[in-house]
Design a protein around this ligand. Structure first.
Ligand code: KG4
Ligand code: ZN
Length: 333
């Protein structure tokens, strides 16, 4: 079955066509990075207004790219939450209108569950496994029993890891999204040059990144903005503190849940230092570690279509159900 996925929960307006839940035929991602860059973060009102402009062309271009007719689509999946409410509403309303006009089934999907499904566009990955969703809005650990069966085991108590990357990048006057610019500088830096705190050490599975962000801010205030080699060292040391924390807590969670498979997804999963260190350290513990392909780590609609396919074909929706509603926050279980 050919499923159209639509994603508009934050600052990417995206559509994708996926066959049988695993074969990506076409996708279009319209990024709003140039719109939000001057502010160093996403401005919700600007995001939703741009989604309104982009949603129809993005869907049209996806069908064009696939060489497919609208009538060939067997169902529609749309991100219904969590996310920015104005942005979510645009995607959900577009999906409802399309489902109604085509008389095709519609399913609203959870954005976090969709991130954790993105791996299936590249390869199979058995359940149960430990899932870490690490992005601009979330840093959450789940025991993943199935595509939509998640038990939360840990989460951030304040900032998400991606948010910490973005805020620290803004402080260092680097471009948005912060994770990308920090990673680029960090490649040339020494990760042990500066000692930043490892937040929430110990046995708890929750994260906290606001203290780390404050430690960075205090240092910059005291010593001024680093430049040249020192800026690379600074970026590498900050990145190392985040990566250290993510790797340690994830391994701890896998041990506690007695799981030997780990899946890391979300925008920060694109980070090469995180990918390397998680593979090395969790691998040394006997865990099998998987990351989605880098282009599918950040927000996209392929993951939405992939999850939508599972739900549509397992009877979660069997008809024109227009009850997909945008939700500000939605527990992923
Ligand atoms: O999954 P995503 O596209 O959107 C949310 O669901 O939040 O994640 C975006 C986040 C941003 O905070 C961005 O700075 C971060 O992912 N990010 C990265 C990298 N690429 C994107 N963080 C670290 N390293 C990267 N290479
Ligand atoms: Zn996301």
């Amino acid at each position: 079955m050919l499923v159209l996925g639509i994603e508009s929960s934050c600052d990417e307006c995206a559509a994708a066509l996926v066959a049988d839940g695993t074969r990506l035929l076409a996708q279009k991602v319209s990024t709003q990075i140039p719109i939000h860059s001057p502010y160093g973060g996403v401005v919700p009102e600007l995001a939703s207004r741009d989604h309104v402009r982009r949603i129809v062309p993005v869907v049209e271009q996806t069908f064009e790219q696939a060489g497919a007719e609208l009538s060939e689509c067997g169902g529609i999946a749309v991100t219904a939450g969590p996310g920015l409410i104005g942005s979510l509403l645009v995607g959900v309303m577009a999906a409802k209108a399309l489902a109604w006009s085509l008389q095709k089934p519609l399913v609203g999907v959870n954005h976090l569950q969709a991130h954790l499904r993105s791996i299936f566009l590249e390869r199979d990955f058995s359940y149960p496994h430990l899932g870490l969703v690490v992005s601009g809005g979330h840093t959450s650990l789940f025991r993943v029993e199935g595509p939509d069966r998640l038990k939360p085991v840990g989460r951030t108590l304040d900032d998400a890891a991606g948010e910490a990357f973005d805020k620290v990048a803004k402080l260092l006057r680097l471009s948005y999204p912060g994770g990308v610019s920090i990673e680029r500088l960090a490649e040339k830096g020494n990760p042990h040059a500066f000692r930043f705190p490892r937040p929430m050490p110990g046995k708890r599975l929750d994260f906290s990144f606001s203290g780390l962000k404050t430690a960075v801010a205090v240092r910059v205030k005291k010593e001024g903005l680093p430049a040249g080699d020192a800026l690379c060292d600074f970026a590498a040391s900050f990145q190392e503190a985040v990566v250290d924390t993510l790797v340690k807590k994830t391994i701890l969670a896998a041990r506690k849940e007695k799981l030997s498979r780990i899946l890391v997804a979300g925008g920060v999963a694109a980070n090469s230092r995180l990918r390397t260190r998680m593979q090395e350290q969790a691998g040394a513990e006997g865990c099998q570690v998987a990351f989605p392909p880098v282009p599918l780590c950040t927000d996209n609609a392929a993951m939405v279509a992939a999850l939508g396919h599972c739900l549509l074909t397992t009877g979660k929706n069997d008809g024109i159900m227009l009850d997909a509603d945008a939700g500000l926050s939605w527990d992923a279980n």
